[in-house]
Design a protein around this ligand. Structure first.
Ligand code: ATP
Ligand code: MG
Length: 497
């Protein structure tokens, strides 16, 4: 009703005004009888504003917040102003977080006639606060973990770099190889997988997003996953809407889905169903996304664990059964890919994890993979402040057929770039005391535009602020010699040699 038409009486004017406000408003008299309620307040109880008038407040107002609300209610009734936050179930079934203000209606001589109730729905605000706290917590733990993972990767690169050549040595006794060297390699490789999960969680793993067909990728994944699941667990795929492509790191997406499916399997020891659903919500201001949901028919997420499941090392599984890194890795990967992940317990039972992942631009073309080179040639300069690591990379390069020069820092490296005209490639660490690898790369590129430059790092270099406009290939440690060869040979040079 337009305000003008309601001007006739003060009552109807009050109603128009209060009905327009985004809060629930009511008045309760000294006998705890409702004398006024706006539309929003009454709707919370599934009533119209007129139907609530004359009802006793105790009859239903504290239905869900009785224990919490009673003392506040009494306080207001005795003339004090109170504010409190409480859970409440809306008549439409939603569980809300509500902030309620009670203000006494008292005369100057202190006689209380009743109180005003004003309730504001703060559910979204509370959820946003919880999400922020969660994100801050994940950031802090992520920084700690990625620092450790970075140093660990250097150590693993040295260990693997020294053990792997022994595996191919004819002089090594097969017994020694089997008993001592092979287990050490396996352990170091397992360590590398662990650090890569930590980096994934900290959103610092090197990602290689490409255009992928969602339904193709999921069909492949399902074939593989079915073989891994026991016969008591069903796995189905449900694709709705017109398909779009994703712009994402395919291997990491598969790892994320694998983690979600294995968690679902573990939650259903007596069997059940896992369902993967895909649909394509309309584009928003944030862009176009593909929605991917994994749900199961297990017991759902324990509410007490809900706030912690994405934390690294949080697990409810027995020792030795889970490390608690699965969901942390999924969370980190999704966030690093500029997506979101959410979890809910389905009303019909079981957990549902929903990811929104960035869709590829229509017509985006994947870069063709460069053809693999078979052997290296030419002179390569290796720059790393860690002596052992430099040595290891030197041996790998020599094994690939390159001639190698070494430098332990940026200044020394630049001298060599200036003084050695035959240099074909520069392979440099990123984080070094003095001059960073980025700085060195920029200077070296200026001096020698034809030089192939490759960065080595334990972090995702794309995340680093000082990267500037450099678009250089990045090798993430630890790497194997084939990867080293592939990246050096595929590295762009301004003037091909
Ligand atoms: N589908 C699910 N249903 C019920 N609870 C789940 C589900 N998925 C995860 N959880 C809970 O979240 C916890 C953390 O999961 P996460 O994948 O991070 O670690 P984990 O599975 O325990 O160990 P890891 O994945 O490292 O082997 C689990 O221990 C479990 O309590
Ligand atoms: Mg898991």
């Amino acid at each position: 009703m337009p305000l003008g038409a309601a001007m006739g009486s003060a009552d109807s004017r009050l109603r128009v005004i209060t009905d327009a406000l985004p809060v629930g408003i009511a008045y309760v008299d000294q006998d705890k009888i409702y004398r006024f309620a706006n539309q929003r307040f009454a709707a919370a109880y599934g009533l119209g504003p007129e139907a609530i008038i004359g009802l006793h407040a105790d009859a239903f107002i504290w239905r869900d917040a009785m224990v919490l609300g009673d003392p506040f209610f009494e306080a207001a009734h005795s003339g004090r102003a109170v504010d409190f936050i409480h859970p409440a179930r809306h008549a439409d079934g939603r569980m809300l977080t509500v902030r309620t203000f009670l203000r006494p209606d008292a005369t100057p001589d202190g006689a209380v006639h009743g109180f005003y109730v004003c309730s504001i729905n703060v559910t979204q605000q509370k959820e946003a606060e919880a999400a922020l706290t969660q994100a801050q917590k994940m950031d802090a733990v992520g920084q700690l973990a990625s620092g450790i993972a970075h140093d660990f990767n250097n150590l693993l690169a040295i260990i693997l770099g020294n053990l792997l050549p022994l595996r191919d040595e004819d002089r090594v006794d097969p017994h020694v190889l089997e008993e001592y060297i092979a287990p050490a390699i396996r352990a170091a490789e397992q360590g590398a997988r662990l650090t890569s999960r930590l980096l994934a969680m900290a959103r610092k793993q090197p990602l290689r997003p490409e255009r992928i067909d969602v339904e193709d990728c999921l069909a492949d994944f399902l074939r593989l996953m079915r073989r891994t699941l026991p016969a008591t667990i069903g796995l189905s795929l449900d694709c709705r809407g017109s398909a779009a492509a994703l712009h994402i790191d395919r291997a990491q997406l598969e790892t994320a889905l694998l983690n979600l499916c294995l968690n679902a399997r573990d939650a259903m020891p007596d069997g059940g169903d896992i369902r993967i659903e895909v649909d394509y919500p309309p584009a928003t201001a944030r862009g176009r996304f593909v929605r991917l949901a994994v749900s199961d028919t297990g017991p759902g997420i324990d509410p007490a664990a809900r706030a912690r499941i994405f934390e690294p090392f949080f697990t409810t599984k027995e020792p030795g059964k889970g490390t608690g890194l699965g969901l942390g890795m999924v969370w980190g990967f999704v966030r690093q890919s500029r997506g979101t992940i959410d979890v809910e317990n389905r009303p019909e039972g079981g957990a549902r994890f929903t990811m929104l992942l960035p869709a590829a631009e229509p017509g985006e073309i994947a870069e063709p993979e460069p053809r693999p080179a078979v052997a290296g040639r030419g002179l390569v300069l290796v720059v790393d402040d860690n002596h052992d690591l430099r040595h290891t990379v030197r041996r790998q390069l020599a094994g690939l057929g390159y001639a190698v020069l070494e430098a332990e820092g940026g200044a020394e490296a630049l001298e060599l770039v200036r003084g050695v005209p035959d240099l074909r490639a520069l392979v440099t660490d990123v984080v070094m005391p003095g001059m960073s690898g980025f700085h060195l790369a920029r200077e070296a590129g200026r001096l020698r535009p034809e030089l192939r430059i490759v960065l080595m790092t334990g972090f995702d270099a794309a995340e680093r602020a000082d990267r500037g406009d450099l678009a250089l290939p990045v090798l993430s440690k630890p790497f194997d010699p084939r990867e080293l060869l592939r990246v050096i040979e595929a590295a762009p040079a301004a003037r091909p040699d």
